[in-house]
Design a protein. Structure first.
Length: 82
């Protein structure tokens, strides 16, 4: 089963990667920049597997660069509170 097939699994996976990055000493800004790059990759290369991912893709596609960075930041914050 792909980590992307279930939104809960995706959030857990992202949370673990954020925790790992913090443990490695990455700054919040670096983590946010990586989240933006990952979001761009997912937008271009991966078809959403569920409703939540479809909504995120639609929001991503509607946003400009600044708004996409905001979405990436919010995703990092979301999994940080999980």
């Amino acid at each position: 089963m792909s980590v992307l097939s279930n939104f809960g699994s995706f959030k857990q996976f992202l949370s673990e990667r954020v925790d790992q990055a913090k443990t490695m000493g990455m700054t919040e800004e670096t983590i946010a920049n990586l989240a933006y790059e990952i979001g761009s990759f997912l937008d271009e290369k991966v078809d959403p597997k569920n409703e939540q991912e479809r909504v995120l893709k639609e929001l991503w596609d509607a946003g400009d660069e600044s708004e996409k960075k905001t979405i990436a930041n919010l995703m990092v914050k979301l999994v940080g509170h999980s």
